[in-house]
Every structure is written in C-alpha cells, then in structure tokens.
Design a protein around this ligand. Structure first.
Ligand code: FPP
Ligand code: MG
Ligand code: MG
Length: 305
C-alpha cells in the first residue's frame, strides 16, 4: 500500500502503454476472432513490460533513497525514513525479484537480455556517480554517459522491448529506443536543474542535494566553461558550506541553468522526432497516442517538481 500510494511514479507505465498503441500493430489472422485474441495477448505482454519497468524503477528509487539518505520521495516521507534502511533495501530487492520472475515469463531471450542489461546500467550509473575522479566529474561526456545509465537506459530499453515483442521492423525498434533515450535524458537534465531552482526559477530554491553530495551536474558543467576557476572550488569539495555558496555564485553569474535547459529541450525535441519517424498511420487511436507521447516530451521539460 505504501508503495502504491506513496512511491510509484506512473511515468514509464504511461509511456509503455502509449507505445503499445502508437506502434499500430496489425497481427496476422484470417479469422477476425483469432486476430483479436492475438492482439489482446500482445497487449497483456506489453502491460507486463510496463509493470516490470515500473518495478525496476521503484526498486532503484528505494535503493537510491538509502544511498542519498533522503527523507522524502515525491513529497511524502520516504520508506527508508519511515521504516529504516534495512527494510528499504529488502523492499527494493523484493520488487527486483518480482520483476525478474515476470520478465522470465515473457519467454523472449532478447527482451530478457535487454531489460537485465538495464539493471546493470542502473548500478553502473550510480557507481560512476560516486566513484569518479575530479577530472571525470567535470566532464560533460562522462555526465551524459552516467545520465544515460542511471536514468535513460530504463525507459529507452523498455520502449524498445515493446517494439520487439510486437515483431516490429528494426527501424521502428530504433525509433522507440530513441524516443525513450531522449525523453530520459531530458527528464534527468531537468531533474538536475530543479535541484538548484526548485519550483521557482531562482537559484538556491531547490534542495541543493546534488551539490551538497559533491555530485556535479549539467548546470555547473556549463558554468565551468565560462568560469574555469569554478573547477578549483569543486576540487576543494563541498564539505565547507562556503564552497557551496561560491559555486552557486559562479553558477548565478553564468548561463549554466539556461544552457542545461536548452540541452534538455534539444533532447525532448529529438524524442518527439523519433515519434514522427514512426511509419505513417491514419488510425485515430494511433494518432492520438502518438500525440500523447509527444505531449509527454513537453511535460518533462515544463515540469516544476
Ligand atoms: C535517482 O537519481 C536514482 C536513479 C535513477 C537510479 C538509482 C540506481 C541504483 C540505486 C542502483 C540499484 C538499482 C536497482 C535496480 C535496485 P537521483 O538521486 O539523482 O534523483 P532523485 O532526485 O529522484 O533522488
Ligand atoms: Mg536521490
Ligand atoms: Mg541518487
């Protein structure tokens, strides 16, 4: 009950469901009933992918809140805060185990490999974030790689899995993947901006959790390009609150927030283009679900929390 009411973010569930309709799958079957049955079976399998994605996502957030020592998740007290770290880790493990069983039941080796690799990516992303050298922490290339692993891989590969299960052509699977990849990158870029600004546009209104944990994100990386001396501040670490203030001063004087926002918009636009590149369809339901997928790209970049 706690997970359902408090922690579940239905974002990927919605995206997977919409992908199912957007692909406009036509299944073979000379008898209408047989085609309808095949369609309904595919829909069930697609819903399973959405559930697996959501379970992996929530499992990763439960573990993330332990690693980040977070008190809240989506505005409510986090599970680790209410019940302690031990139970949170086990709750994440439980969801991950359920996701594995559900994934195996799809009996599709390619999809199993794809989604299992996502779990590896989530861990890789977290490790990159916590154990990089100062040079790596200040590299935009490294930041984008880490962002793909920790956020975008899950949605990219689950969208691709939807296409694979529907036996779609490679180009369609690539478009589905590119949609998820770019949506995920845009989402995390905005998340990293909101850590500085919160719901208002002013600097310092966010939780500033990343910088306090020494995590260097896109706004600061862009600010370093304008003020290379900021790198020195970063190298000194953020245990001293004066260093946080200094870094925020440089960020405020720079175009860091603006350039990070522009990068997020660029990825949101690439996600929308991936939907536009899907094979043409006159079907109203398909058109509406594709519009909704494009609408998601706007929601991601205009969200304030
Ligand atoms: C949120 O990032 C965290 C992630 C997107 C991934 C976390 C992954 C792990 C903890 C690896 C373990 C994975 C599994 C499958 C159990 P954030 O802390 O930047 O964002 P937040 O503001 O949502 O906390
Ligand atoms: Mg966190
Ligand atoms: Mg984290």
């Amino acid at each position: 009950r706690f997970l359902v009411e408090g922690q579940v973010d239905p974002f990927s569930l919605v995206a997977d469901e919409l992908c199912h309709i957007a692909l406009n799958v036509s299944l073979p079957g000379s008898i209408p009933d047989a085609a309808a049955n095949a369609f309904s079976a595919l829909r069930t399998r697609h819903q399973r992918v959405a559930e697996i994605t959501e379970m992996i996502h929530v499992a990763s957030l439960l573990h993330d809140d332990v690693l980040d020592d977070a008190n809240t998740r989506r505005g409510v007290p986090s599970l680790n805060y209410c019940m302690g770290n031990k139970l949170s880790v086990l709750a994440g493990d439980f969801l991950l185990s359920r996701a594995c069983v559900s994934l195996a039941s799809l009996e599709n080796t390619e999809v199993v490999t794809l989604i299992s690799t996502v779990v590896e990516h989530l861990v890789t992303g977290e490790i990159m974030q916590m154990s990089s050298t100062s040079e790596q922490r200040c590299s935009m290339d490294q930041y984008m790689k880490k962002t793909f692993y920790k956020t975008a891989s899950l949605i990219a590969n689950s969208c691709k899995a939807i296409a694979l299960l529907a036996d779609q052509e490679t180009e369609v699977a690539v478009s589905a993947y590119n949609y998820g990849r770019n949506l995920g990158l845009a989402f995390q870029l905005i998340d990293d901006i909101l850590d500085f600004t919160g719901s208002s546009a002013s600097l310092g209104k966010g939780s500033l959790s990343d910088i306090h944990h020494g995590i260097i994100t896109a706004p600061i990386l862009f600010a370093i390009e304008e003020f290379p001396q900021l790198q020195e501040v970063i190298n000194c670490g953020f245990d001293n609150p004066a260093n946080v203030d200094l870094a925020l001063d440089y960020l405020g004087k720079s175009r860091g927030i603006q350039r990070a926002t522009e990068l997020a918009i660029e990825h949101a636009n690439l996600a929308a283009s991936a939907i536009d590149s899907l094979p043409h369809s006159e079907d109203d339901t398909v058109i509406i679900s594709r519009q909704a997928l494009v609408e998601l790209t706007h929601i991601v970049i205009t969200r304030a929390k």
